[in-house]
Each structure stands twice: as structure tokens, then as C-alpha cells.
Write a protein that binds this ligand. Structure first.
Ligand code: SAM
Ligand code: ZN
Length: 566
């Protein structure tokens, strides 16, 4: 697929002396083309997801075929066998295999790995806007012997996707892995996917998504972010909201399979289905978020509600309506301060636990168990399965205690207190220090009042008008149990010490790399590169945006820090 829109010849970089090896693939031609070794986790996970997605697809096809046979065949006929996943192997082309588009491919590494490690491929189109990148993809595809599966394309990703909207040309899976924000590619991706197709989206503009530039976030994603401790989950939910609104325009809706916040980016795996009727449910999957400017308590205000109103003619009948609100008073019921309002965000579950269970089983077995980042994938997925799926967003004990200037409650004590009081708790995969709970915020503050009795805040801190004074002035309504460890307080992933977070980030950790970062065929501005060098060891500098420091806080709560380019 060649769209010849580039007139001038960019120099072909040729083969570099360095060979990059990542699992099954070797990259022999890279030059100035983007390559980020830290994204190996992202690529490993994507390979696992696409493999399991294809297994599901085969099963769905099988069930459909059986159903068809059942309705058509005579009772005496024996049904012919329908192919199962076991017959598919990686590296071979299948007529009924997946048509995958890697819309922003850089060196082609991801596409080459998809060709070699995904069982049941028809074609992979590896596309890039940069001529250098495309030369590099061609050389790498040839070197790895996957020309029969990987087709190279030199075009704007949007052109490729819009030219692929006719039914016969659609893709089963589209992978968007851009620099920064993926928003401009979403419309085309939604339109060029088959019904039930898989969309894989990365966003690395975390400073925007995590609340440092609300005006930019609204312009890009149609949602106002809030600066919260749970900003990584908020980022996932903003991106999901954005993709859902794109899908709804075409009578489609999304089914999130897995939504991951990792290192310096978010990555979402979801299916896009056709269904006007299901689009009506979209309103009730989105919420506005109120955040108190004093104590940071968050409260969700759904945009829609669904009521089941069965009738004899239609037992499944539902009614869609608008909830009354606002969900908070004009000032915070806990501390009396005013609220900020953010959103809308996706407030329905962000993972499909059946899918994640299959995925976890798959990465524990050959061949996926052999991938380099397998331990981290197992840890991450185990944590995802432990998350309270019906509780959007989370608190952190350090921030809660910071508001009240209290000694920090150890996580297991706080979790035990909540569990003994009859509430559910979980971590979020997005933060080591997270606390998801179905306990109302009033209970959380009450528990901290109880903690204050044991570890009282210094008297001089009780200043009139502060959230601390307002919250601690109220009497504690119960004596919570902190000391008796609840059996569910320590989740299995933690007990087993599964590798759940990025360990020992490399010196070049972040969206940038040692090689020149390219934006299309243009080099990243020098000021960014210099800044990049200075900050490499610290956090995650972003190619085109200021970046958020993503380290987990230690000790008392810290606000996320911006690292602006010099
Ligand atoms: C982050 S890199 C992709 C990395 C790659 N997916 C991987 O796993 O190694 C982004 C790539 O997108 C390309 N690009 C930027 N804008 C594009 C556009 N509008 N259409 C196609 N490619 C584009 C850049 O040239 C760059 O190679
Ligand atoms: Zn408050």
C-alpha cells in the first residue's frame, strides 16, 4: 500500500552497525527512526492481548457456525468440524487470520513481532509518515523474513484508515502508538475497524491527561481533568470517554478489555461494536467528577441513569433518564470548601475480567510465558483482577493523612479498618499507594478521626477554616479496628510479591530515547533534547509536552510535579 504524497527524497540511513534484538525480532535498520526499549512491556502485552483476542474471535466464529448449522441442518446430520485455535501457528498466513494495522510503525519492530508471535495472522500493514521510517521498516521486514505477512505503507495514518473504511478493506485490529496524544487518529480508527474489532491505543501526553493543562485536555479529549492523586486512572477514563464519543458518532460503542497505566503512558485495549441500541447506554457510563478544593474528596455525578421497567410484553425494558443533582452541596459536607468540577469521564468498568483472566492464563503458558516482561505482565494483570471493578478512582492514605496533617496510617491497618467495618477495598494497578473502596468518603474521614485519637494531630495545626479543623472538629462515630489484620487486607498479588510495578527504570526510561526523537521526519527541538538528557534519570520526559513526574510519593503526600522544558 503506497500513497506517494512525499515529493522530496529523504536520505536513506542504511544499516546501522547496531542490531537491536527484542524477543523474536531483530532491528537492523533504525538510524534516526524512533525506538524505545522501555516499550517492550507495551509490545509484549499487546502481543498477548491480540493472541487472546484472536482465540476469542475463533470461538465466537465457531459458536456462530454451530448456531447456523443448528438452525439449517436436518436432525440426522452430523455437523462438519469447525476450526479451533489450536490449528493456528505464528509466522504462517491464514486466509481467515487477522488483518492488523500498525498505523504509526517507526522501525516496524512491533509489526515484525506481531508477525512472528501472533498465531492467526492474515496481514499486518506497517505504516509510517516518515520516509526514513518506511525505509527502515522495509529493511527490517526483509531481514526478519516476514514479507509474506507484513506489508509496508508510506502514508499519513489517517489516509490509510480512511481509505480502509469500505467493508472489504477493514481491519480486525488497529494499533495506535503515537507520540503524545492519539485523538486525531481515533475517528479513522473507529471507522476502519470491523464490527467487534480490536483497538489498541497508547497516549503518552500524561501532563495533559493528568490535570496540569485542563484547557489542553478539554480541547484534545473533550474532558476536563482534575489534579488528583488518582490522576492515572482519571487519564484512562478520560481517554475511554473520548474513544466512546468517537464511536457513538457512527452508531458504535466500546467494550474495554484492559486499560493500563504504566510508566509514562496509558494503554487501552478495547473492542468496537456496532449497535445503535447499545449507544443509548453510553450516557449512563459517563460521569462528571466533583473534587473538593479543601479535602480533595471526590464525588461522581453520572450523566444518565437506567431504570429497569419490565412489562409483560417486554421483560427486558429499560428507561433512560437524567439524574437529579448536583451530587454535592454548594460547599463540601466534610470540610466546607468549594468544589472543582471535571469530566466527563468513563465511569463504567475499565477492564473485562473474563478477558483478563484468559489473558493471565495465556501469559502463564508457553509461548507467551517466554516474553521478557512476563513477570511484570503477570503481576499487573493479577492486580487488575483484584481491583474493585465497580469503584471508579481511588484515594491514597498519604494524601488523606496529609489533609489532616496526621501520621500516615499504614495501608494494611487502613484496609483492615475498612474491611472490619463491612466495606470492600482494593488497590489499583495504577498506583502502589492506592486505596479503592466502596466506603463513602464520610466513613473514610470518620476512620481518620478515630486514628487521630491514637495519634493526635498537634494542637497548633487546628487552625480555623482549614479542612483539618472542620473534619477533626466532628466527633468520631465508631471505634474502628486497625490492629487486627483482616484476612483480605493483604491481596494475593502482594502476598506473592508479584512484580507489579516498573522495577529499576533504565537510565533512558521515558517516551524519549538515546537516539534522536523524530516527529514525522523532523528532529525533536534541541531544547527538548537537552532537557531530556538532564531529566532522563529522574522521570519521563515527553517529546512534545511537559511531563508529569510519575514516581510514587514516599512519606507525606506530594502534589504531582511538572517538569517543563527549559
Ligand atoms: C512513537 S513512534 C511509534 C513506535 C512504534 N509503534 C513502536 O512500537 O516501536 C511514532 C511514529 O509515528 C510516526 N508518525 C507521526 N505522525 C504520523 C502520521 N500522521 N501518520 C503516520 N505516522 C506518523 C512517526 O514518524 C514515528 O515513527
Ligand atoms: Zn472537602
Amino acid at each position: 500500500m503506497e500513497v506517494d504524497h512525499e515529493k522530496q527524497e529523504a536520505p536513506f540511513l542504511g544499516f546501522s552497525e547496531n542490531i537491536i534484538r527484542e524477543r523474536s525480532a531483530e532491528i537492523v535498520s533504525g538510524g534516526n527512526v524512533f525506538y524505545n526499549p522501555v516499550q517492550e512491556f507495551n509490545r509484549d502485552l499487546s502481543i498477548a492481548v491480540i493472541n487472546v483476542y484472536f482465540q476469542r474471535l475463533v470461538k465466537e466464529r465457531h459458536e456462530r457456525a454451530l448456531k447456523k448449522q443448528h438452525t439449517q441442518q436436518q436432525p440426522t446430520e452430523t455437523p462438519p468440524p469447525v476450526e479451533s485455535q489450536a490449528t493456528y501457528v505464528a509466522g504462517t498466513q491464514y486466509e481467515d487470520g487477522l488483518r492488523i494495522l500498525e498505523a504509526l510503525s517507526a522501525t516496524g519492530l512491533r509489526s515484525i513481532r506481531y508477525a512472528k508471535e501472533i498465531a492467526g495472522v492474515h496481514t499486518i500493514v506497517a505504516n509510517d509518515l516518515s520516509k526514513q521510517a518506511v525505509e527502515s521498516i522495509k529493511a527490517n521486514v526483509q531481514h526478519n523474513g516476514v514479507e509474506h505477512l507484513v506489508e509496508t505503507s508510506h502514508a499519513d495514518a489517517m489516509t490509510v484508515m480512511y481509505l480502509s473504511t469500505p467493508a472489504a478493506k477493514r481491519f480486525d485490529a488497529v494499533d495506535l502508538d503515537p507520540y503524545g496524544c492519539p485523538n486525531r487518529f481515533l475517528d479513522g480508527a473507529i471507522q476502519c475497524l470491523v464490527n467487534g474489532g480490536l483497538l489498541l491505543v497508547t497516549a503518552t501526553d500524561m501532563a495533559v491527561l493528568a490535570g496540569n493543562m485542563p484547557e489542553a485536555c478539554f480541547a484534545k479529549y473533550g474532558s476536563v481533568p482534575l489534579r488528583m492523586k488518582c490522576c492515572h486512572e482519571m487519564a484512562l477514563r478520560i481517554l475511554l470517554h473520548c474513544i466512546e464519543t468517537h464511536a457513538n458518532r457512527y452508531g458504535k460503542y466500546v467494550e474495554p478489555l484492559l486499560s493500563i497505566s504504566a510508566d509514562f503512558y496509558v494503554r487501552i485495549f478495547l473492542r468496537v461494536h456496532v449497535g445503535q441500541a447499545q449507544c443509548k447506554y453510553s450516557m449512563s457510563k459517563q460521569s462528571m467528577v466533583y473534587q473538593c478544593t479543601g479535602c480533595e474528596t471526590h464525588t461522581l455525578q453520572p450523566l444518565g441513569i437506567i431504570r429497569h421497567s419490565p412489562s409483560p410484553e417486554n421483560p427486558q425494558k429499560v428507561k433512560f433518564s437524567i439524574p437529579t443533582g448536583p451530587a454535592v452541596g454548594s460547599s463540601c459536607q466534610h470540610c466546607g470548601h468549594k468544589h472543582h468540577m471535571g469530566g466527563p469521564i468513563w465511569s463504567a468498568p475499565i477492564h473485562n475480567t473474563d478477558f483478563v483472566t484468559d489473558l493471565l492464563n495465556a501469559v502463564r503458558c508457553e509461548p507467551l510465558s517466554a516474553c521478557t516482561t512476563q513477570r511484570r505482565i503477570v503481576g499487573m494483570l493479577s492486580m487488575v483482577l483484584e481491583e474493585l471493578q465497580d469503584v471508579p478512582l481511588y484515594y491514597t492514605p498519604d494524601k488523606l493523612c496529609c489533609v489532616l496533617k496526621l501520621e500516615i496510617v499504614p495501608m494494611l491497618k487502613l484496609r483492615s479498618a475498612l474491611l472490619h467495618a463491612g466495606y470492600r477495598v482494593s488497590y489499583s494497578h495504577a498506583s502502589k499507594n492506592s486505596l479503592k473502596t466502596d466506603a463513602p468518603p464520610a466513613v473514610l474521614w470518620d476512620i481518620l478521626r478515630c486514628w487521630n485519637k491514637r495519634h493526635p494531630v498537634r494542637a497548633e495545626r487546628m487552625i480555623e477554616g482549614t479542612p483539618l479543623q472542620a473534619i477533626l472538629a466532628k466527633p468520631c462515630s465508631a471505634d474502628y479496628e486497625f490492629d487486627k489484620l483482616h484476612e483480605a487486607a493483604n491481596p494475593s498479588s502482594r502476598k506473592q510479591a508479584l512484580s507489579r510495578f516498573q522495577e529499576n527504570p533504565t537510565p533512558h526510561w521515558g517516551p524519549g530515547t538515546r537516539a534522536t526523537i523524530m516527529i514525522g521526519d523532523n528532529k525533536m527541538p534541541k531544547s527538548y533534547r537537552n532537557q531530556n538528557k538532564k531529566q532522563r534519570h529522574k522521570a519521563a520526559p515527553e517529546a512534545s509536552e511537559v511531563e508529569l513526574q510519575l514516581e510514587e510519593p514516599t512519606g507525606a503526600a506530594k502534589q504531582p510535579k511538572l517538569m517543563s522544558p527549559a
